[in-house]
Design a protein. Structure first.
Length: 458
């Protein structure tokens, strides 16, 4: 059996759209699932859209996502070069072969010309600027088989004579793709279904050259809702948008894998996957024909699950940029934050008391369940201060025993002391951790300072 080779062929725009990343992911998963190769090829033939540093965004995004490539511009391979602008001459050579065969022609019309007759003129290479167009049949129809959508037939009169070589001598995206896919032995072409109707044009090129057709796997588009594509205007169409919002790469990959594909068999109900697990579970039978609707709530829930699965060390490393630099015990703070964080940017608002307690009024000490009020808080905090002062090692266990004893002696529940403690330390009715967690987080001196100040204000 022929070795399976898939490719990802992005244009360096400086951004990675989630739809493109998902195409890369599916191509990667398909190659891994079939012991094949995954090829990265950069489509930079549109010089007007050239962006400095944009190729690095492609490399960095794929590396961050774990989508390693077997061949590519930086790692080389048997079919180098993998940057289209470096293959420029071969496109012209094959366009000229098509002219010889009568399957393409020179066109000297201005852009937007709709009365072109060059098709019938059989021009020799013109001295004025020209483009080379594909000569498509004008009657009959062209059919092909897509692995997801089945048999697709397009009337040939719908097929325009697309440009193959532009006036600057560069190939169009479509032409370069066909040439490269053939010479790089790409066996399976995985891309968005917006290419379904232009696929017959590509197939006519393969046929004109007498080349074997690749298999096509067209995948449904990612939509904002039933009628709108996920566009850059929404502010959450790019991989970088989600990274900035505090989503984990593993969660982004997990979620976009499920946009247009669902697992089968034993994994049918499953939603949480690592990249390796996806590679084992992936198959084209799970790819849907219908558009995939992007659901930000679902993505958030999947991210929350990925955060819960991080080791304490991994979470701490991811959380510290959002916590900032404070003289607190990060291990205890992070242990409290991890189950309370769905996306990393949630952390900022949760730790706003670290520099100083949030502003609050004494009303905050009212709590029905804990039976506390500003009055009870005053005496409870005074007693608490005494307990903290006499506590030696300041561990949570030691503090808990001391407060339990205090509560028992005064026939109160621990919350009678611990709730005012939390308010005094943070100024917040809900904090990452209870009063004792926060005491340990701050240490003895800072805890006693804050409680002292809170008593003064009461
Ligand atoms: Zn023309």
């Amino acid at each position: 059996m022929k070795q399976i080779r898939t490719r990802f062929a992005p244009s360096p725009t400086g951004f990675m759209h989630l739809g493109n990343l998902r195409t890369a992911l599916y191509a990667w998963l398909y190659s891994k699932n079939n012991n094949g190769s995954f090829i990265l090829r950069v489509e930079d033939t549109d010089r007007s859209r050239y962006v400095e540093g944009a190729i690095d965004v492609i490399y960095e995004t794929l590396k961050d996502c774990g989508l390693s490539w077997d061949e590519g511009p930086d790692v080389g391979g048997d079919y180098a070069p993998y940057i289209q602008s470096e293959r420029k001459d071969s496109y012209m050579e094959y366009a000229l072969k098509l002219i010889e065969k009568g399957d393409a022609y020179y066109c000297i019309c201005p852009p937007d010309c709709d009365t072109c007759t060059c098709r019938d003129l059989k021009l020799e290479q013109p001295s004025q600027p020209f483009v080379i167009r594909q000569k498509s049949p004008k009657d009959g129809s062209t059919s092909f088989k897509d692995e997801i959508y089945g048999e697709i037939t397009v009337d040939n009169k719908e097929i325009e004579d697309q440009i193959l070589i532009k006036s600057d001598g560069m190939p169009t995206y479509n032409f370069a793709n066909v040439i490269d896919d053939h010479f790089m032995n790409i066996t399976h072409i995985i891309r968005g279904n917006e290419y379904l109707t232009s696929t017959p044009k590509y197939n006519l090129l393969y046929e004109a050259f007498g080349w074997e057709l690749p298999a096509y796997i067209h995948v449904p588009q990612i939509m904002r809702d039933a009628t709108h594509k996920l566009s850059k205007r929404d502010g959450d169409a790019y991989f970088g948008d989600f990274k900035e919002k505090g989503y984990l790469t593993s969660a982004i990959i997990n979620y976009i894998a499920l946009l247009g594909w669902s697992p089968k068999g034993g994994d049918a109900e499953r939603e949480i996957f690592t990249l390796d697990e996806l590679a084992r579970a992936f198959g084209t039978d799970g790819i849907s024909k219908s558009p995939a609707i992007f659901d930000s709530e679902k993505m958030r829930a999947i991210n929350a699950e990925h955060i819960r699965r991080l080791s304490p060390e991994q979470f701490k490393e991811a959380a510290i940029p959002y916590i900032g630099d404070h003289p607190v015990n990060y291990d205890i703070l992070c242990a409290a934050l991890q189950p309370r964080t769905e996306v990393l940017s949630d952390i900022t608002a949760q730790v706003d008391f670290l520099k100083e307690p949030c502003a609050y009024t004494p009303e905050l000490y009212y709590n029905k369940k804990m039976k506390t009020s500003p009055d009870t808080a005053r005496s409870a905090l005074n007693e608490a201060l005494g307990v903290l002062k006499s506590t030696e090692s300041f561990t949570k266990d030691e503090l808990y025993s001391a407060f339990k004893l205090l509560a028992e002696e005064n026939a109160q529940k621990p919350g009678y002391y611990l709730y005012p403690l939390q308010i005094a330390l943070t100024g917040k009715p809900a904090a990452p951790g209870g009063g004792l967690d926060i005491c340990v987080m701050f240490g003895k001196e800072e805890s006693m300072n804050r409680i002292g100040k809170a008593i003064e204000e009461l």
